[in-house]
Design a protein around this ligand. Structure first.
Ligand SMILES: NC(=O)C1=CN([C@@H]2O[C@H](COP(=O)(O)OP(=O)(O)OC[C@H]3O[C@@H](n4cnc5c(N)ncnc54)[C@H](OP(=O)(O)O)[C@@H]3O)[C@@H](O)[C@H]2O)[C@@H](O)CC1
Ligand SMILES: Nc1ncnc2c1ncn2[C@@H]1O[C@H](COP(=O)(O)OP(=O)(O)O)[C@@H](O)[C@H]1O
Ligand SMILES: [K+]
Length: 500
């Protein structure tokens, strides 16, 4: 499990550790690690550190101190290091070390800074770290924007300046780094968009904080964690014990979502899928997924909240393509009044946004909104949700009394009193119609297999992302990949699951 923390949590751990160590030890550890990573990058891009050009952007706090000491180390190895001093003050020890090592420092001047950044092989962003608050003030904002024109690699020190370390919020100009070297522990804002995109790759430098860290605010499952959580059949398994998932999705108008959701569940390893809907989606699901047992719902029975004709299930998926009219509302009421876990997606979310009483139930509920759907559920503008994903997913879980999986460029899973889980396998190739429907089926199959809502949602997001990467051609976005369609994601599930 990869764990991540807020600035306050990091600060208190640092204080506790610092009390036991001679002054300056932590900064020395941080700067040594940072210089090591930068030297490695320079050796990779230029062949050697000697003679390379390094620009340091220095703010008034200890973040600038780290960059100055690291710059001094690179200068001692023959790099030409020049610092732009942007703060009202500068870390004295760091500045003295840089000068002693042969590096140079200049007060901020826009034209000169632009030249330095354009010429540098590597730019170190030491403007602000965990001490930053609010949008970057001048001249930091201008410098952050100038890094976009940098000719070489941009390395953020601890946190990209302009990104809120605790939440990943960005409220103005912010550095976009190729790599962020972070100290002691991951900051939550490095894993959650928009901060995660600004951070680029993240490298952790151990400074000994481990024993002093509290319970994390954010956690990311690793491949091993997911492999341990995923259900595997035992010798005595039968299809019922492996988990039967009911899917109430699709309508005569919207049929594709039902086919995709059933596909996600079938390919994710459900023991059995029972699909219940109106005639047309049932016909199409039968044609595409003969594995599913289908039922054409009798509207008069549904109105009486009876789903007996469908047969027993261990969990339900409700909503993809269901519609939002009175019949769909009756289906939602029938499904949500059962005593088994229910995953609510798409139109199901619109229905519960209009009628919150549907969520009054004893069994677990998992909601899987994208930012627009969460906006309707919380009555908060979509832009606010996208800017503050972490805060809003937490709030939704508390307010709605459910596990909430927020989809989008960073998928988050929140449940009250648990760390928010952030998914690391996503890929922007997933941004295509219907992939969310596949996700609902995967998560439904895992719920039916007995995973908790929290584990089912986070494992589903993980394997969904992995399958999308597999379908696109492997890895994150790059050459040699091709666009994917939603059904490709379902079809790639077995190959992705085999790697876990
Ligand atoms: N603690 C430790 O043990 C270790 C800490 N370490 C390092 O220290 C870093 C934290 O250092 P820190 O606390 O000095 O804060 P930091 O991030 O440099 O910035 C604070 C200054 O920035 C300014 N400022 C703030 N917001 C701003 C804005 N929006 N726009 C513009 N300016 C803004 C504000 O300055 P002022 O307004 O006072 O001029 C404030 O004083 C941490 O990230 C890590 O790199 C490592 O060495 C390992 C050991
Ligand atoms: N930029 C992105 N990066 C990673 N994943 C994304 C991105 N955009 C969308 N996704 C993922 O794609 C899926 C889209 O689901 P959803 O919005 O419900 O679409 P649909 O309703 O068409 O199925 C979600 O799993 C979401 O997390
Ligand atoms: K920084």
């Amino acid at each position: 499990m990869r764990t991540a923390y807020t600035s306050d949590q990091i600060r208190s751990a640092e204080l506790a550790l610092m009390a036991r160590l001679p002054e300056g030890t932590l900064m020395d550890r941080a700067a040594t690690g940072l210089a090591g990573v930068c030297a490695h990058l320079l050796a990779g891009s230029r062949g050697r550190v000697y003679g390379s050009r390094v620009a340091l952007l220095i703010g008034s706090g200890d973040n600038g101190g780290d960059a100055l000491y690291a710059g001094a180390r690179l200068a001692r190895r023959g790099a030409r290091v020049e610092a732009v001093l942007a703060g009202s003050r500068t870390h004295e020890g760091g500045l003295a070390a840089l000068r002693k090592a042969g590096g140079r420092a200049h007060p901020y001047d826009a034209a000169r800074a632009r030249e330095l950044l354009a010429d540098a092989d590597l730019v170190m962003d030491g403007l602000v770290g965990i001490g930053g608050s609010g949008p970057l003030r001048e001249p930091y904002g201008t410098l952050a924007e100038l890094t976009a024109e940098a000719g070489g690699l941009v390395v953020a020190v601890d946190v990209p300046s302009g990104v809120d370390a605790s939440s990943g919020r960005v409220e103005g100009p912010a550095v976009r780094a190729h790599l962020t070297v972070t100290f002691g522990a991951y900051k939550a804002g490095l894993l959650v968009d928009p901060g995660a995109t600004h951070a680029g790759a993240v490298e952790l430098v151990d400074i000994g904080l481990g024993p002093f860290l509290p319970d994390p605010e954010v956690a990311a499952l690793t491949a091993d964690d997911v492999a341990d959580l995923l259900p595997r059949p035992g010798e005595e398994s039968d299809k019922y014990r492996r988990g039967v998932v009911g899917i109430a999705a699709g309508s005569d108008r919207y049929t594709g979502a039902a086919v995709l959701s059933v596909g996600g569940a079938v390919r994710a390893g459900a023991g059995m899928v029972r699909f219940a809907s109106s005639a047309e989606p049932v016909r199409l699901v039968r044609a595409r997924w003969p594995e599913a047992i289908t039922t054409v719902l009798d509207p008069s029975l549904v109105l009486k909240s009876s789903l007996d004709e469908v047969g027993r299930v261990q969990a339900w998926v409700l909503g993809p393509g269901l519609g939002t009219g009175p019949e769909a509302h009756a289906v939602a009421r029938a499904v949500l009044s059962t005593g088994v876990p229910v995953l609510v997606d798409a139109d199901g979310l619109t229905l519960v946004a209009k009628d919150r009483t549907l969520l009054r139930r004893a069994a677990p509920t998992v909601l899987t909104p994208h930012a627009g759907e969460l906006s309707r559920l919380l009555g908060v503008p979509r832009e606010h949700i996208e800017a503050g994903r972490l805060d809003h997913v937490r709030r939704a879980a508390a307010e709605l009394g459910a596990t909430v999986l927020l989809k989008g460029s960073t998928t988050l899973v929140a449940e009250e009193h648990r760390p928010v889980r952030v998914n690391t396998t996503g890929t922007p190739w997933l941004a295509t119609g219907g992939t969310g429907d596949v996700l609902s089926g995967i998560a439904g199959a895992l719920l039916a297999a007995g995973l908790t809502g929290y584990d089912a949602a986070s494992c589903a997001a993980y394997v969904h992302g992995l399958a999308a990467r597999t379908a696109a051609g492997g890895g994150a976005v790059g050459r040699g990949q091709a666009p994917i369609a939603a059904l490709d994601v379902a079809q790639a599930l077995p190959e992705a699951l085999r790697t876990l």
